[in-house]
Every structure is written in structure tokens, then in C-alpha cells.
Design a protein around this ligand. Sequence first.
Ligand code: ZN
Ligand code: ZN
Length: 604
Amino acid sequence: MSFGVLLMLGLRYDYVVINVTIVDGTGSPRYNGDVGIKDGIIISVGNVKEREDSRNIINGTGYILTPGFIDVHTHLDIAPFFDPSFLPQLSQGITTVATGMCGLSPAPSNQDPSVQLYTYFKLGDIQRYQERPFANFSIYLDELDKINISVNMIPLVGHGAIRNMVLGNRNKKPSIEEMQIMKNITSETMKSGAFGMTTGLAYTPGAYSDVEELIELSKIVKEYGGIFMSHIRSESDDVIESVKEVISVAKGANIPSQIHHLKVCGMKNAGKGEEVLKLIEKAREDGLDITADQYPYLMSSTGLSSILPPWALEGGSKDVIARLENKTTRAKIRTDILNGLEGFDDLWMNVGNDPEKIVIISSPGHPEYSGKSLKELAGNEDAMEWGFDYLINSSMKYTRALYFVIVEQDFKSIVKKDYVMVGSDTQFVNLSSSDKVHPRSIASHSRFLRQFVREEKLLSLEEAIRKMTGFPAQRYGVETKGFIKPGFDADITLFKLENVDDTTKDTGMVLMSKGFDFVFVNGILVVNDSIIQNEKRPGKILRRHLFKLPTSIPNASIPTKQIMNTKYLIFAMIVIVIGFAYMIFGKKSRSNDNNQSEILDPII
Ligand SMILES: [Zn+2]
Ligand SMILES: [Zn+2]
């Protein structure tokens, strides 16, 4: 071992951030201090002793230091296979993403392509995924492990994937035998490391399941310490019934449960949010463990053809175009949109019959349409008729639009709730494509801080950071992340609140966020002085069973303490080697009161 290496090992810290304002992820008031990092772990917080004994010192004056953000809701399940750099995430301080949301995950996957859940994963030009079905969750995680990715991942399994394995896309109740197979798959998936199961009850095949099925499977998830999460059946007219369904599952399986992207859609449903929140709060008072996530935008995003009623969309593109070209059927489509139809999630009326609130973000052959509303594009023409003509002229090629369907008054009430965390609902963004995307896929967390903390002051900085860090970590049972405390993983972000900017705003431009000047993932500096260090990809694929379970399952868990102790053992060995090195090379002896008590602080 060379002298240089010994000296490097001899340093007490890899990094010390000095004189910084710490917001620790608990929601507690900020305080000033230093943070010392070594071997991927935060080893000292507060008045860091012998701070000069560090390989690097970052002057944190003027900066806020927080735990790296945990995005609790993303659809980045297979993003690592296409682009493991996660640039939009790093640019807004996100160091961990949860995947497998809304009932959809790439594993387990049926090997028969005709019954695979591919439609969803085709989003974002990632059809190539079709070539790599993962027979089970364990194979999927092992494949992820082979890739160096920039951020950590918390993988969950989609109920849709499990159901699809057994029942395909059929609208039927499972038989006893089929139910047993689904339970076995759930159990196997949880054993391999999933953090929970999600449902997409607004999509097939999730829409075909009933409460009983969800409760039975959730009981298995619960055994392994997992969480149940749900994209509920309706976020508009039937939102209240849909929230009640989640409460029934939470109660029936006695499982921690979370409502995905909580919102009320449709201007005529304004005010229903109050009842939804009351329902959740009553359930929580009754002892049920129910939380929610939310993305900070008033618009959803889907194809422009979704403005048409379901009957008009049946068959292929030619059928739809023929209906739009036929005077009689075109008039019927218009009437059904304006009057509504049973079972039709009517986007046109949900935006309040206001074509200014439907904005095209990607238009094949017409990039100049991007960012413009139907009202603007139609000019003096009737906007709905313009939209019909557009669909005909574009040959029904996929055109993505933003729909401002989310009721603002309910949205603001949800933001303020302490049981609601921030989740972006991000989809994979192909940065080399000129297509625009829903800005939630690029800038949710930076927008949340800019809008709700800095500008509107709806939340304190401490509370907003808790919703992005400590609260999500606790929710998923990731005991080593989410807080700035000794012993925790060194996932850290530094920013100046006045500089935080979600440069995408509402236009869906593919741009990075601004203001997150330093980001650490597992102790490695991946954003340094606002430059993303793209070659360093220190993220880890996490497994639920490597963390302590809330209920004891024999042989199913490795206590966190054990994991931490291994890290400390390595650290202790390094310290011993250093001690020797110093003695040999005649360096001044150092006292050994180096934050031991801090290092051994209990983990919450
Ligand atoms: Zn969803
Ligand atoms: Zn989602």
C-alpha cells in the first residue's frame, strides 16, 4: 500500500459541508452546522470536529442542506435500461425513485407477447422493452443490479402485472385456484424485494378486480412489511366511492395504504376534495394507516383522441376517422361530449368546456403546435370541430395533450395535508427527442419548492422537505434514508431556495431544473457546483427485505443494525489502518473521540 493511499485512507472524512443551514427531513426547524461524510454514510452532524481532516470541504454558506429527495411515484421502472443517467431527477435534487406505480410494473411478465402489459410501457418511445420480458421480479431486480444507475430505486410490483400473469386481460373474477396462483406470485415477488403492491383500477386489467381480490393479495403484501398503493377507479365523478374502496382494502388487510396522485378532476366536481379529505382523516382517526401522494400540477396528460367518447374510439384509426368524417356520427360525438355519457371520463367537460385548457405538447408533423391550446390553434373556428379535423388530418397519429382538469381549490387543500407526500408520476423522458412531455416528468420537486414554499408560502420549507424525504423513507420502510443524521446514507442535496426554478413551467419543455448545486448519492458527489457528474452512477436497487419489518417474519429480514454495523466495521478497520499509518509516519497523534456517540445513534 502506497504512502499516498494510506494518507487518503487516513482522512477522517470524504467530505465536510461547513457552515450550512440543515433541514433534516423530520420537519423540525432548520439549524446551522456542518455535515461530515465518509464511505457513503453521514458520520457527523452539527459542530463537526477536525473538519479540516477531510478530503474535500464544501463551504455551505447561504445553502440549505437536506436529505436527497425521494420521489415516491415514478414510472421509471425500465428507464435504467435506456438511460441510467436520470438527469431530470438529479437536476432537481432527487436521489431515490420509487417505481411500479399505478398497477404497472415490467415484472412479473408473461412470456407470451400477446398477453404482456406492453401498451403502457410503449410510452416514451421505449418499444424496445418488448424484447426483454422479465419472468419474475427477482430476474428484473438482478438485471437492474447489472446497470450502474445514478439514483437509488425502490421497486414495487404492479397488481396489473400479477393479474396479467394468471388471467391475462380478461374481465373475470379469479377462481380459487387462480387466486392461489396470484397469491403465490405475490409472495414470491415480495420475498425477492418488492416494497409493496400498487393497483391501477382505472386501467385494465386492474379495473376487472374487486375489493375482495385486492384484500386477499394485500394480506400477503402485509406479511412482508409492504404497502398497498392505488390509482383509484375514478378521480372525477366517482372519486368519493373510489377513495372508500381504498379504505376498505386498508381495513380488510390491515395494511398501510396510499392513494396515488390524490386529486379531484372535473370542474363540476369542485369541492368534493373536502369530503375526500374528511373520509381519509376519519379512517386515520379510526386507526387505519392511510396516506397519499400528489404531483404539483393542475393538468393531466394523455392523447388528444381521448376527448372522444369510448364508442367512437372502437376499432382502428380508420374506423375512428370514418366516424369523424360522417356528418351524423360526428354530430353524435359532439353531443355526447357536451352532454356526457355513462362511463365516459369526459375530458372536454372536465376542463370546463374550455379549449384554452387543452394544450398540445407533441404533434407529429407539426412541432409548431407544441405548447399551444386548442383555442389558440383554432383561431376563429370552433375549437372542438378544429380538434376533430386535426385528428382526421393527422391520421390519428399519437398526439399528446395536457388537460387542465384538476380542481385548484381541492388541489391546494391537499397540498397542505401532512399525510400527503410529493410524487411526480414521472414517465421516461427521451432527452434526445424533440417531443415535449408533461412537466411533472422533469420538475415536480423543484416546482413544489418554488411555488408552494417560496412564492405562495403554503408550507414551511421544513414541512415541504419532510414530504420529500423523511416521510417517504418511513412510508416505504427504508430505514437508512430520508434524514440528515449520523448513520444514515449520504444522499444529500444543497440548494439556495431563491435560485430553485422549474424551468419547464407549464409548457412541457424538456429542460433541467435549476438551483440544486450539489447532490450526493450514497456519499458520491453527482452534482458538483451545478455540474452533473454523469459518469458517476452510485445508485442502488433497494430490497424491502433488507430493512427491518414492522411485523416479524421468521428469517425474512436482516435487521438494519446489522447492515449498519457492517458499514461501521469497515469504517473501524479503516480507522485502525490509518492509526497505524500515522504512527509509522510520525504524524501527530489524534484523540479518538471522533463522534462515536453520534455514529451509534439509534436509527429511527
Ligand atoms: Zn396513476
Ligand atoms: Zn402513476
